[in-house]
Design a protein around this ligand. Structure first.
Ligand SMILES: C[S@@+](CC[C@H](N)C(=O)[O-])C[C@H]1O[C@@H](n2cnc3c(N)ncnc32)[C@H](O)[C@@H]1O
Length: 255
C-alpha cells in the first residue's frame, strides 16, 4: 500500500461509514447483491479482503447469518478498529498480498469457500499474482468476487476528478482475464444502485475527500473542483445518480 493510500484510509476511517453509507437501504441492497452473485450459504467459509470498517460485511452477516466468522481482512489498522466486536466477524490485519502469499496465514483451518474483494482491487498493484494466490486458497466449490467501479462513473465529481479516476481505475475485463489466468471460470456482470444524496452532504463528502482519487488534488485544486460542482448543481438540492458496479466472479472449475 502506498503511503498516500495508507494516510487516506487512516484519515477517513472514523467517518468512513458516515461518508459512504448513502442510506441503509443502499448498503442492504448491495450486500444482498454480493450474496446473490456468489450464491453464498451460511456454512461457507468467507473472507472479505479489503473489508475496511466492515460496513458491508456487517450487512452481509445480518442477511446471511454465517455459521463461521467472516474473516475481515484489511491492512489499515484504523479501518479495522471500526469493525464492531461480533462473533460473526473476525478481524485480520493484513493486505491482500500478505494473505495471497501466505505471509499472513488464515486464522482458521481449511480452505475458503468464498473470497470477496469489494472496492479494494484498485489498491493492489500486482493484481495477477494476488488473485492467483487467493484463487489457490479456495475449496473445490470455491468462488471469488471482485466488486469494482468501472473507469467511467456517474458520481457527480468535477471533471478533473473524473479524468484522474479514469486514468487510475483498473478495467473489469482485465480482472476477468486475470481470474481466468488463475484457472477460475470468470465472467463480469454489471449491477446498478440508485443513489440519492443532498447537495450539501455531497459537498461535505468532496471536502472530506471521500474517494481516494480526491487525494490526488491539492487543497486549491479541490476547492476549484468543489466550486465547479456547486455551479453545476446550484439548482439541484437533491442529487440522484446511478452507481454502476462491475461484479467480476471467478468459480473454481469442477475437476
Ligand atoms: C474503498 S475501501 C473499501 C472498504 C470496504 N470493502 C467497503 O466497500 O466499504 C478500500 C479498502 O481497501 C483497503 N486496502 C488498501 N490496500 C489494500 C491491499 N493491498 N490489500 C487489501 N486491502 C487494501 C483499505 O485499507 C480500505 O479499507
Amino acid at each position: 500500500m502506498t503511503e498516500q493510500i495508507a494516510e487516506h484510509y487512516q484519515r477517513v476511517a472514523a467517518t468512513y461509514d458516515e461518508l459512504w453509507a448513502y442510506d441503509p437501504d443502499y448498503v442492504r441492497q448491495f450486500s444482498r447483491a454480493m450474496i446473490d452473485s456468489l450464491r453464498l450459504i451460511p456454512s461457507d467459509a468467507i473472507a472479505d479482503v479489503g473489508c475496511g470498517t466492515g460496513l458491508y460485511t456487517r450487512a452481509l452477516c445480518t442477511e446471511l447469518e454465517p455459521q463461521r466468522p467472516v474473516l475481515c481482512v484489511d491492512p489499515t489498522p484504523a479501518m479495522l478498529d471500526q469493525l464492531p466486536a461480533s462473533p460473526r466477524m473476525r478481524p485480520v490485519l493484513a493486505s491482500a498480498e500478505d494473505l495471497a502469499s501466505g505471509h499472513v496465514g488464515l486464522p482458521q483451518a481449511g480452505p475458503l469457500d468464498a473470497v470477496i474483494l469489494k472496492e479494494s482491487i484498485h489498491h493492489v498493484p500486482d493484481r495477477g499474482r494476488v488473485l492467483a494466490g487467493l484463487a489457490s486458497m479456495l475449496s473445490p466449490h470455491g468462488r471469488l468476487l471482485v466488486v469494482m467501479l468501472p473507469p467511467s462513473i456517474h458520481h457527480p465529481l468535477f471533471q478533473a476528478a473524473h479524468d484522474r479516476f479514469e486514468e487510475l481505475q483498473p478495467r473489469p475485463d482485465d480482472v476477468v482475464d486475470l481470474l481466468s489466468d488463475a484457472g477460475l471460470r470468470a465472467s463480469v456482470s454489471y449491477r446498478t444502485f440508485h443513489v440519492t444524496v443532498d447537495r450539501a452532504r455531497y459537498v461535505h463528502m468532496l471536502e472530506s475527500r471521500y474517494m481516494s482519487v480526491l487525494d490526488e488534488f491539492s487543497e486549491s485544486e479541490l476547492a476549484t473542483g468543489i466550486d465547479q460542482f456547486r455551479r453545476a448543481y446550484r439548482d439541484t438540492p437533491v442529487i440522484r445518480f446511478d452507481d454502476h458496479f462491475a461484479f467480476v466472479t471467478g468459480w473454481v472449475r469442477p475437476d
